[in-house]
Design a protein around this ligand. Structure first.
Ligand code: NAD
Length: 444
């Protein structure tokens, strides 16, 4: 979720590239021209294919079309495929992503499939020599992320995770302020997420003719078709993710990690509790929960849902009133900063008003999709690399594993393994069984 558009004009993006001293590739000079749906013979613009033509994939593609020519679309739902094809009539239409990644006229892939398909598609694309913009959460499991990061490095590809807060001016300023000590020593981070969907039980229904339900389910356990499992509701089921913990958590827990600097790759302990039990036969990930983390630098973090029916009921005592709705609160020895997609606030006005801090936003990339295409051209590391996306969603997966096992766990971020009490059982949760044929052999 979280599709709030945050678009900076293209001229700012180009100015940013110039500031960063990058050599502008030929296709950036076509910036002011309208997006083209066919590959022009006189254009050096890259080409792009969309796999997963749902809500977010379509949104990403319309952004990508400002920078690249759309040459292929792919979905296992032929209704959605037809809709995407109608918008980009020059694009070829496909139902098997393995064909798409082999297309010679495709330079880049946007992966807008549900979480449980991200890794196999990303791996197939990278091995076929494509650069990838993959939606977050980057993976379904920590094991997938370890494999993906390795393969991205091995093949020298550019992978941008769709964590667009990494390119958001407000979030980037908040990070700089926290890192430059503006709130003193960072002590606690509160990541507040929307509650998930609660409901059920749901009856199975006849499969829609246009949807290949078997392939849609992919590696996950096979179920009769249930409308509430498919298309956008998937995120509220354990089978396909971990509720809002991996959905919104992939955004806000990323920010929590980012603020702590490159020396912190993950927490060292995690404990979690379910605050509302799912309905048997209904959405299977708890809609309300709380996860607590500790980090090696002494920082603690609480990640918890705010109950949309009772917004003040889910927060901690130290929370500034009325602030903690879907955002990140940094609490330091000398004040606090709260950042969300609509707000940047602090305990004292001067924390945000320091002109030095506001002057420098770091590398200039204010359109996340644009940053991807700039890196495709320059071969630089994008704002939300595979490693960033993997480590961010690992924080969420650790919370989900602690929730599932109902115990405190110790994590070794360097080894990416649990240690201490309960480690054996927890390490078994680092990967999931993949239903054949939708395992790594599927893309071999
Ligand atoms: N960055 C953001 O703020 C943001 C916002 C919303 C969604 N997302 C992410 O985008 C992804 C998609 O979410 P959505 O809400 O658009 O879901 P969606 O259900 O609307 O779209 C997913 C599409 O992928 C298709 N699909 C499934 N398996 C496929 C396969 N093997 N090959 C080709 N197509 C396949 C489905 O048929 C569907 O059309 C999720 O991972 C979600 O977390 C990110």
């Amino acid at each position: 979720m979280g599709m709030t558009p945050f678009y900076f004009p293209r001229r700012d993006f180009l100015r940013g590239l110039a500031v960063a001293g990058a050599t502008l590739p030929a296709w950036t000079t076509h910036a002011a021209e309208p997006a083209s749906t066919t590959r022009r013979k006189d254009s050096a613009r890259p080409t792009v294919a969309l796999i997963g033509c749902g809500g977010m994939g379509s949104y990403d593609l319309s952004d990508a079309a400002k920078f690249a020519d759309v040459v292929a679309v792919c979905d296992v739902d032929t209704g959605r495929l037809a809709a995407a094809g109608a918008k980009y009539p020059a694009a070829t239409r496909h139902t098997d992503f393995r064909q798409v990644v082999q297309l010679k006229n495709v330079d880049t892939i946007i992966n807008g499939t549900p979480d449980h398909w991200h890794t196999l598609i990303n791996l197939a694309a990278i091995r076929a020599g494509k650069d990838v913009y993959s939606e977050k959460p980057l993976t379904l499991t920590i094991d997938e992320g370890i494999r993906l990061v390795r393969e991205v490095q091995r093949h020298g590809r550019v992978l941008q995770t769709g964590s667009q807060q990494r390119s958001d001016r407000r979030f980037r300023l908040a990070i700089r302020l926290v890192q430059s000590g503006r709130i003193g020593q960072l002590r606690h981070i509160l990541t507040s997420l929307p509650s998930g969907r609660h409901g059920g039980p749901f009856a199975s229904k006849p499969m829609p003719a246009e949807l290949n339900w078997d392939v849609w389910q992919g590696q996950t356990p096979r179920h009769d078709y249930v409308a509430e499992r498919a298309h956008s509701n998937f995120r509220y089921w354990w089978d396909y993710g971990a509720g809002t913990l991996t959905d919104w958590g992939a955004h806000h827990n990323d920010v929590a990690l980012w603020a702590q600097g490159p020396g912190i790759a993950g927490p060292v302990s995690v404990t979690a509790q379910t605050l509302r039990d799912p309905v048997p036969g209904g959405f299977s990930f708890p809609s309300l929960y709380r996860v607590d983390y500790t980090y090696a630098n002494g920082v603690t973090q609480t990640c918890q849902t705010v109950d949309s029916e009772n917004p003040s009921g889910g927060t901690t005592g130290s929370t500034p009133p009325g602030q903690m709705v879907n955002g990140v609160l940094f609490q330091g020895s000398d004040g606090w900063i709260f950042v969300s997609r609509g707000k940047l606030e602090a305990s004292r006005a001067e924390i945000l008003q320091d002109p030095d801090a506001q002057a420098d936003f770091g590398p200039a990339h204010e359109n996340h999709v644009g940053n991807f295409f700039a890196c495709v051209a320059s071969r630089e590391t994008p704002a939300a690399s595979a490693s960033v996306g993997h480590r961010a969603v690992s924080v969420c997966h650790l919370g989900a594993i602690a929730l599932r096992l109902g115990r405190r766990l110790q994590w070794d971020p360097a080894a990416e393994r649990f240690k201490g009490d309960g480690a054996r059982e927890a390490n078994r949760q680092l990967a999931r069984e993949m239903r054949a044929p939708f395992n790594y052999d599927y893309i071999a």
